[in-house]
Design a protein. Sequence first.
Lengths: 313, 220
Amino acid sequence: MIGLPALYALTGLMFGGWAIATLLDRGHGKRLAGAAFWGLLAVEFLAGDALGDMGNGVLLLALVALALAGAPGKGQAATTTPAERQASARRRGNRLFLPALIMPGVALAGTFVFPALGNLVDPKQVTLVSLGLGALIAVAVLMIWLRPPNSAPVGEGRRLAEGVGWAMVLPQLLASLGALFTVTGVGDIVGSLAPLAIPDGSRLAAVVAFTGGMAVFTILMGNAFAAFPVLMGGIGLPVLVQAMGASPVVVGAVGMLAGFCGTLLSPMAANFNIVPAALLGLPDRYAVIRAQWATAVPLWLFNTAMIWGFAFR
Amino acid sequence: MTLSLWPLVGIAIVVIGFAIRAHPLAVVIAAAFGSGLGAGLSIPEVIAAMGKAFHQNRYVSVPWLTLPVIGLLERAGLQEQASALISRTRAATASRILLIYLGLRQITAALGLTQIAGHAQTVRPLLAPMVEAASERDNPAITEPERNDVKAMAAATDNVGIFFGEDIFLAIASILLIKGFLESANIIVQPLELSVWAIPTAIAAFAVHGTRLWRMGRAK
């Protein structure tokens, strides 16, 4: 069965390739630190199972220490010049858009085809497996069509990864912090404190405490999924639904969306807010959040009004 | 027994850390130790707990597999072709491109196709160069900060589109989470009942963000 282990091996090999390429890159400002950064990630993905919890924890601390010391840094991955790109674009024209459709196409096809193939692909991981397969097919097609040097997939991937920099590990690290907050009971504490913020009997105050709590706790955790059980368990279910008779469907569905408004404002939601700023080379780390707040705030008000207006009929 | 508040130290570290713009990786590690020690774990226990969670959450980093593909496409001039196409098409203004993208992203996400676009897959190689080229064509005196604002808006539009489209799809993780939570409280709901309630907010998201995009085009 093809599932996460195969994807982890593939991802590990990619990181390993970047480690070797960095080591061979004489013009790299942080050659050893950069190679160690990608090398540790490769070890985590290829052999993390054998390291044990403590081993993985030490590896994680070493990764962060390297990042604070400037890893992965920027090297001189061989790529084409702007003039060569212009020439290639003129020569190949709109056909260049076709290989860009391979990954979405495979993702689409995989969603429908893989479940029909029985146990070939882990049913829980259809999306990620499709993504990995799409990437492999796209690389193969591009290598055959464009005939770049054999090192190009590693080199071009590394060029982009170095552009993202230390933010490459931030999403996985934040997911780990979320898991640790669960272990230490942060959610339970917030859930037990939240009802204290509501004046007795005020329906509007209770709704605002719920949607506001969803947004604020999502901003802090970076993930509405982490906030939902806490606020639904603390206010949504006991106060809105059970004490005030609100519809659990409206409270649940719209409450989650109020949390999504918080995601738009959260630096903890690195995948959506911090990584794209790095991918686009924006000098302000929070540029995407600044572009989103004027959408997030009115939408949060809308969701609050939806629950207030439609949950109590 | 009264509930100890000490694990909240981790939350406080996150808030202060991001507010003073400390290095995010350092903030996360400090918050982990703050919350862990506050909850009575020892230092080795915190390290092991973080190591275990980091290992279990490897799937979060798997989408980086798209980087070599995007890099190869860029090498062949995909961004340049996207710019050239838009420079020639006067009707394609930055605000219209983003409006169309927002609508398509919401509709495809509502059909469960969340993975067909994204910051690495579409925003960096296609959407950002397109809106940049359109802004440049319509305003040759564009400044560097204005250029960055347009690119940030491209990323923001992708986020708004996926967030307020995906919950209309029945089998998305958030809908299943809501259903599962209510079920544990003996309230049985069908995914369809929940996803129907995502539609008004999806329309509101298009209206609010779309208005901002439309005004962005009129501001010049």
